[in-house]
Structure formats: structure tokens, C-alpha cells
Design a protein around this ligand. Structure first.
Ligand code: SF4
Length: 313
């Protein structure tokens, strides 16, 4: 019998999904290259995956919508997708970081997924995340390009649905020797432009930190209790001050010269821009995207001007 495919709309501990004998599929990962332009939308990310699920252009056996935590639009578009007949579970992170609450959410999720059948998957994924951490370090020291690193790190949300295959992809990466000038952190939700990292690189901006993908590799645990405690530190689901404290340490540790804050049209995270600018003491460029595709020319021009400003510093 084929392994069931579970659509996820944001970070849902993949350790638990795989250990229940089913496979996660992050519905966001197909969007940047999709070239889809939805008619009725706020945020293009949720509008596109909702349309694709309803039209069965993405086929899943069931869906887990992160309805409380890191995305408000997903709550509504997730319900619209559920109305098309897909068995759907709504998952909530605790804003106050209460591990008991998250533990109860994870238990409910495991029931929805049929219960834990392969507990060894917790450890197997833990080992893969160690490889992810190593890869992240390599790109910080110029041993890997930021575009290659990003492509792998962003896939840690669902580990490409294939643990052995994903491990091979990581092992096959060839080390490079890249001069890392203009060390830049990319914060906020990931850009909807599929070539953003290559574009930044071509303009001599080396992205040494991808905020959201880093969340995908830094949480884990070997059972439900441990992942409940650990995933309570998922910064996007917590108060802004919690996230900013984490960011300050990470930006310092990676010795960044500047910050790019990517915002998405009609996303509530846009409202955080002024606070991030006030609290993070770095030159900051805020850009906004809407529809998937190549990085637009005006964004390229702004990246170039930002690089010139960093050069002068
Ligand atoms: S960009 Fe914002 S609104 Fe859109 S899916 Fe991400 S968190 Fe949700």
C-alpha cells in the first residue's frame, strides 16, 4: 500500500509525521517555481496552495493546517481547502510557549495521523538535522553557496518526503571556496521569488542566515515530550520580543554586515518591520514580494543600492 502523503502548510514537526508511518509534503515548496497567479487573494502563498489543493493539482491524502502560530491567512485558506473534501487537521502552537499545551497538540496530531508506528524516525531525523547544521555552518564560512544551502535548508520542513534520498542529496554537495564579502541576513518569511539567493549572490551579497529555514533545522527531539519542549522555541509562533532576542544573538554570531527583511504582500508579518528596524542595530533593507517568479528588476536595483551602501561602510 502506498505511504500516505500529508500536506502541511507551515512547520509541523516532521519527526512526528514520519514516525506515524506517513510522509509530509510542504505545500509551500512548489509555489516559487509555480508561476501561478490566483484571482482572489490576500497573500499569494496561501491562495496558491489553497487553489492547487482544491483543483487537485497538489494531491494529498490529508492536510495539516497550522492555524495558530505563524500565519493568520492559512486559517481561512486552510478551511477552504478542507471544504473541498480533504480530511484536515488544524494544529496550534502556544503563543506563551507552554510545552504542556504543545504536547497535547502533538498527541492530537499523532491520533489524526494514525499513531506512532516507527519511533526510530525521531533519531533518524535528528541525525539529518545535524547534517543540516553543518551545511549551514559551511555556507557561513564560504564553503557552500547561499543558494545551494537555501535549497536544502528550506526542504527540511518535509525532508523532501524521503529521508534516505534527502540524506544522499546532502552528501552529494560539493564544497566550494567562496569569498564571503557583504555578509547578509535574510529575515522574515522566505522570498516568493525562486531565484532570490542567486540574484543576491550575483550582486555580491552573501546570505549567511535564512531566518525561517534555520527554524526547520534547529528543533527536534526523540519523543513527543522532547519535541513539545523543543518546538516551543519556534520563534515565528512566539511573541516578537522572543524572536528579536533570538535574532540578535544569531546576527552577532554570524557577524552580519546588514539585514534584508523580506515581507510578503498582505502578510501580517509586514507590520513587524518598524519594530525590527528599531531593535536590530544593522543597516536594513525592506523589500516586498507578491507573486511567484523571477526577482523583479526594481528589487534587483534596490539590492544593488544596498550592496553599494554596505561597500561604503
Ligand atoms: S507570507 Fe505571511 S500570510 Fe503568507 S503564508 Fe507566510 S506567514 Fe502566512
Amino acid at each position: 500500500m502506498p505511504v500516505k502523503k500529508i500536506g502541511i502548510t507551515a512547520l509541523v514537526p516532521p519527526e512526528l509525521i514520519f514516525s506515524c508511518g506517513v510522509t509530509p509534503f510542504d505545500v509551500n515548496n512548489v509555489i516559487p517555481a509555480s508561476r501561478k497567479y490566483p484571482g482572489n487573494k490576500l497573500c499569494a502563498w496561501t491562495a496558491i496552495w489553497k487553489d492547487m489543493l482544491v483543483k487537485k493539482e497538489i494531491e494529498v491524502d490529508s492536510l495539516v493546517v497550522v492555524a495558530g502560530g505563524d500565519c493568520h491567512n492559512a486559517l481561512v485558506d486552510g478551511q477552504k481547502a478542507a471544504m473541498s473534501g480533504i480530511p484536515t487537521h488544524f494544529f496550534f502552537y502556544p503563543f506563551d510557549g507552554d510545552p504542556e499545551y504543545l504536547g497535547s497538540q502533538l498527541h492530537r496530531l499523532s491520533l489524526f495521523l494514525g499513531g506512532i508506528k516507527s519511533p526510530e524516525k525521531f533519531k533518524e531525523i535528528g541525525e539529518l538535522k545535524k547534517q543540516g547544521q553543518l551545511l549551514d555552518k559551511k555556507r557561513c564560512s564560504g564553503k557552500l553557496s547561499s543558494s545551494e544551502a537555501f535549497r536544502i535548508l528550506i526542504s527540511f520542513s518535509d525532508l523532501a518526503g524521503d529521508l534516505a534520498g534527502f540524506s544522499m542529496i546532502i552528501s552529494d554537495l560539493q564544497e566550494k571556496d567562496i569569498e564571503v564579502r557583504n555578509r547578509v541576513a535574510l529575515i522574515g518569511v522566505p522570498p516568493i521569488f525562486h531565484d532570490f539567493h542567486e540574484t543576491a549572490q550575483s550582486l555580491d551579497l552573501q546570505i549567511v542566515f535564512d531566518e525561517l529555514p534555520y527554524e526547520f533545522i534547529r528543533h527536534g527531539g526523540s519523543n513527543i515530550q522532547e519535541i513539545a519542549v523543543n518546538y516551543c522555541g519556534y520563534t515565528f509562533a512566539r511573541p516578537l520580543e522572543f524572536r528579536i532576542d533570538f535574532l540578535k544573538n544569531e546576527l552577532k554570531r554570524r557577524r552580519v554586515d546588514g539585514v534584508i527583511h523580506y515581507t510578503q504582500f498582505a502578510c501580517h508579518h509586514m507590520l513587524e518591520d518598524e519594530v525590527l528596524r528599531e531593535k536590530l542595530d544593522y543597516p536594513m533593507l525592506t523589500i516586498q514580494g507578491d507573486l511567484p517568479g523571477n526577482t523583479p528588476q526594481q528589487v534587483k536595483l534596490r539590492l544593488e543600492a544596498f550592496r553599494e551602501m554596505l561597500d561604503r561602510q
